[in-house]
Design a protein around this ligand. Structure first.
Ligand SMILES: NC(=O)c1ccc[n+]([C@@H]2O[C@H](COP(=O)([O-])OP(=O)(O)OC[C@H]3O[C@@H](n4cnc5c(N)ncnc54)[C@H](OP(=O)(O)O)[C@@H]3O)[C@@H](O)[C@H]2O)c1
Length: 258
């Protein structure tokens, strides 16, 4: 990797962004990162930008060769951030002559009726239809995502969960490795998706979490009607044919909780 590649990571403070920054540095990139609340104490050149308003966007993208776009707002205004914000970023990237916008997307989005996924799908299409060359990687859920759900439910005396949902949690480091490999001025187009080593039921993941946390609470199957959970139950969010030989959920729990 030539040391002259300047790479901007949007969402540099996020779970994936944090995993990407050291990998890009190790590959010799001149690394920049942006978010609404950037830290100051880092080797990375940080800038403040907001995708919903466009504030700081032009400055963040100036003189950049590659943009790895991980910023997203799953619990916020997903249309403003993920759709409008991505379009804003693409316009600025086109003006700046960016050589490759690398976009992280989600496995199975078109088969799962959920507004965040609809907006991610629109953003993914905008990236692929943009005049800016691009690379798109779809991933299954990160271990941290499953962990967040279980930490929330874990505060209750009884854990009501749609236990039959199928997930294929993946280590974020493995996703970051794949993205860093393709963060080059040569776009790769649509990559094969990436998934964790195993397709698992949420109930099994919850039992392993309960053991790791030593919290002996009953796990109760919550039958959630509707097409969204139904799609997860049917395995639409998984890609077993693209399973990676990467740390399992139990290995991640072990590394996190010892
Ligand atoms: N989590 C998963 O399981 C998973 C699975 C597959 C794909 N993905 C995709 O991977 C990407 C990263 O996910 P993640 O879990 O790392 O997300 P995350 O931890 O929630 O981080 C989101 C990042 O976006 C930034 N951001 C949010 N709103 C913004 C705005 N208006 N303007 C600028 N920056 C903004 C946040 O920083 P500030 O708050 O400082 O602005 C943060 O750095 C997302 O696109 C997601 O769809 C995630």
């Amino acid at each position: 990797m030539s040391s002259s590649v300047t790479t901007l990571v949007t969402g540099g403070t996020g779970t994936l962004g944090q995993a990407l920054l050291p990998r890009l540095q190790a590959r010799g990139h001149d690394v920049r990162a942006a978010s609404r609340s950037p830290p100051t104490d880092d080797e990375v050149t940080w800038s403040r930008m907001d995708l919903t308003t466009g504030d700081g966007l032009r400055a963040a993208v100036a003189d950049v060769d590659v943009v790895v776009h991980t910023a997203s707002s799953p619990l916020g205004d997903t249309e403003a951030v993920d759709v409008d914000g991505t379009n804003r970023l693409l316009d600025v990237a086109a003006d700046a002559g960016v050589a490759n916008v690398v976009y992280i997307s989600i496995v199975g989005m078109e088969d799962i009726p959920y507004s965040y996924y609809e907006h991610k799908l629109a953003a993914e299409r905008a990236v692929e239809e943009s005049e800016v060359p691009s690379t798109v990687l779809r991933s299954t859920q990160f271990h941290q995502f499953v962990h967040e759900i279980l930490e929330t439910v874990g505060r209750l005396p009884v854990w009501p969960l749609p236990t039959r949902m199928q997930l294929q949690p993946v280590d974020v480091d493995v996703v970051a490795d794949r993205l860093a490999e393709h963060a080059t001025p040569e776009p790769s187009g649509r990559l094969d998706p990436i998934g964790g080593p195993e397709v698992r039921r949420l109930g099994e993941l919850a039992r392993a979490y309960r053991e790791a946390r030593g919290r002996w609470r009953p796990i109760v199957r919550l039958p959630i009607p509707g097409r969204t959970v139904g799609a997860f139950r049917d395995g639409k969010a998984t890609c077993p044919e693209y399973a990676t030989d990467s740390p399992t959920w139990e290995a991640w729990l072990d590394a996190t909780y010892g």
